[in-house]
Design a protein around this ligand. Structure first.
Ligand SMILES: *Cc1c(COP(=O)(O)O)cnc(C)c1O
Length: 233
């Protein structure tokens, strides 16, 4: 049996340690516990260990799971969002980490106008230019940022990335640095504030915290291995 409370406390300790060594305030880092593929009972164990912020990557799964759980929880959407699921996603999630195209952002803005919401979003950047991944290329993001900023319903709060899979946490560092530097450059160029950096998963969240993560998305280190078929990645 895995001990979710012990796992959560270990992850929290490591986040605190990474914040400390890099001179950051631990309260500036939010742990998003990624519950995709795990049933509501498992989520309840994490709630018992004082976890409040959770991540899901499929709207359909979230629509069945979230209503089974206490309403004080805060849910973040971290997967690829299909346009025909936006209407269902908006009322469920306080933040969408994974807005990966102008087209999607415009569709979210349109639906938010209809339902009266003000979605908080992050822009996903395909940092390594992998063909298999969603996300803006850095050049595309710069080219489309003015258009993104015109979407008046959206609160664009920062950037997110998923670096290439690697065994070594250190392999992710250069991508996290790249994303942070892209963020810093865009803030200057466009006179905007993008305070959030959603970086870091089970394999590399300590490195992510060292490089400025404000949100880390951790699943396996808390809940154990997922069944492969359902990884959602
Ligand atoms: C599944 C998932 C995670 C969590 O991954 P772990 O390696 O299990 O911590 C984080 N971010 C995204 C976008 C995911 O899909």
């Amino acid at each position: 049996m895995i001990n979710i409370e012990a796992n959560l406390n270990r992850v929290r300790d490591e986040i605190a340690q990474a914040a400390k060594v890099s001179g950051r305030n631990v309260t500036d880092v939010e742990l998003v516990a990624v519950t995709k593929t795990h049933p509501a009972e498992i989520v309840r164990e994490a709630i018992g260990a004082r976890q409040v912020v959770f991540g899901e990557s499929k709207v359909q799964e979230a629509r069945t799971k979230i209503p089974l759980l206490p309403s004080h929880l805060r849910w973040h959407f971290i997967g690829h969002l299909q346009k025909n699921k936006i209407r269902h996603a908006l009322p469920l999630f306080e933040m969408i980490h994974s807005v990966d195209s102008l087209d999607l952002a415009q569709a979210i803005d349109r639906i938010a106008q209809e339902d009266g919401s003000h979605p908080r979003i992050l822009l996903e950047v395909n940092v390594a230019g992998e063909g298999s991944k969603f996300g803006f290329k850095a050049t595309t993001l710069r080219a489309e940022l003015e258009s993104l900023l015109l979407l008046s319903r959206l609160s664009i709060e920062g950037l997110m990335c998923i670096p290439p899979l690697a065994e070594e946490a250190e392999a992710s560092r250069k991508y996290f640095v790249e994303l942070r530097e892209l963020r810093d450059a865009i803030e200057k160029e466009f006179q905007v504030k993008l305070p959030q950096l959603s970086i870091g998963m089970t394999n590399d969240y300590s490195v992510a915290v060292e490089e400025g993560a404000t949100l880390v998305r951790v699943g396996t280190a808390i809940f154990g291995e997922r069944r492969r078929r359902n990884t959602g990645l």
